[in-house]
Design a protein around this ligand. Structure first.
Ligand code: AMP
Length: 210
C-alpha cells in the first residue's frame, strides 16, 4: 500500500498515520518530522528549512524532493509506505510520479478551518520522536510526557495561532489543488473528520477497504 494522506495542517494526518502504519506494518514518512529533526541537529537542510517552517511557509520543493527521494530508497519502504504531509505541492506530486513511484491512494481528511484553529491550540508534540498528542482528544498517559519515549512534550512554534492561519492559507493555495491532481488519476478518496480519533480511523478504514 502506497498511501498519501492529504489534509490541512492539524487535520489529524500524523495521528491517523501512526495508527495505520501499525495496522499495515509499513513506515510513515513525515517530511515535517524529518525537517524538525534536521533543524534540531543543525544540519545544512535544517539551516535552510528553519525560517520557512517558523513562518508557516513551505520549504522549497527541491529540498523536499531530495529528502523524500533519499528516504524512499531505504529498504523498509519496499512493501509500501504512508506519506504524511508530502506531497504538498503539484511539483512534489509530479516528482513522485516522475520517479516511477505509483501511489495507490490519496486520502484526504476534510476538516473546517475553524475546527483546525481551535484544535491546534491543544496540540503537544514530542521534540525527540515526533509523536503528536492533544490535551483534550488524545492526552499522553502522563501529563507533559511522550508515551513512546518519555521526553517532555512541547508546543510547536508553528502551532501559534497567527502561524496556523498562515499555514491554512498556504494549504488552500498550494496543497488543496492536489485533490484534483489525484482525482484526475482516479486515486482520490475523501473522509470527513469525525468527533473522535477512533471514529475518523473507522471512516478511513472503510474508505480504504481495510
Ligand atoms: P508538518 O509537520 O507536516 O505540518 O510540517 C511542518 C512544516 O514543515 C510545514 O509548515 C512546512 O514549513 C515544512 N514542510 C513539511 N513538509 C513539507 C512539504 N512536503 N513541502 C514543503 N514544506 C514542508
Amino acid at each position: 500500500m502506497k498511501l498519501v494522506l492529504l489534509g490541512a495542517p492539524g487535520a489529524g494526518k500524523g495521528t491517523q498515520a501512526e495508527i495505520l502504519c501499525k495496522k499495515l506494518d509499513i513506515p510513515t514518512i513525515s517530511t515535517g518530522n524529518i525537517l524538525r529533526a534536521a533543524v534540531k541537529n543543525g544540519t545544512p537542510v535544517g539551516l535552510k528549512a528553519k525560517e520557512y517552517m517558523e513562518s508557516g511557509a513551505l520549504v522549497p520543493d527541491e529540498v523536499i524532493i531530495g529528502i523524500l527521494k533519499e528516504r524512499l530508497e531505504e529498504p523498509d519502504c519496499a512493501k509500501g509506505f504512508i506519506l504524511d504531509g508530502v506531497p504538498r505541492t503539484i511539483p512534489q506530486a509530479e516528482a513522485i510520479e516522475a520517479g516511477g513511484i505509483g501511489i495507490d491512494c490519496a486520502l484526504s481528511i476534510e476538516v473546517e478551518d475553524s475546527v483546525i484553529v481551535e484544535r491546534m491550540s491543544g496540540r503537544r508534540t514530542c521534540p525527540d520522536c515526533g509523536s503528536s498528542f492533544h490535551v483534550v482528544s488524545n492526552p499522553p498517559k502522563q501529563e507533559g510526557k511522550c508515551d513512546n519515549c518519555g521526553a517532555a512534550l512541547t508546543v510547536r512554534k508553528d502551532d501559534a495561532p497567527e502561524t496556523v492561519r498562515q499555514r491554512l492559507a498556504t494549504y488552500h493555495a498550494e496543497t488543496e489543488p492536489l485533490k484534483a491532481f489525484y482525482e484526475a488519476r482516479g486515486k482520490l478518496k475523501t473522509v470527513d473528520n469525525q468527533p473522535t480519533i477512533e471514529a475518523t480511523t473507522a471512516e478511513i478504514e472503510k474508505a480504504l477497504g481495510l
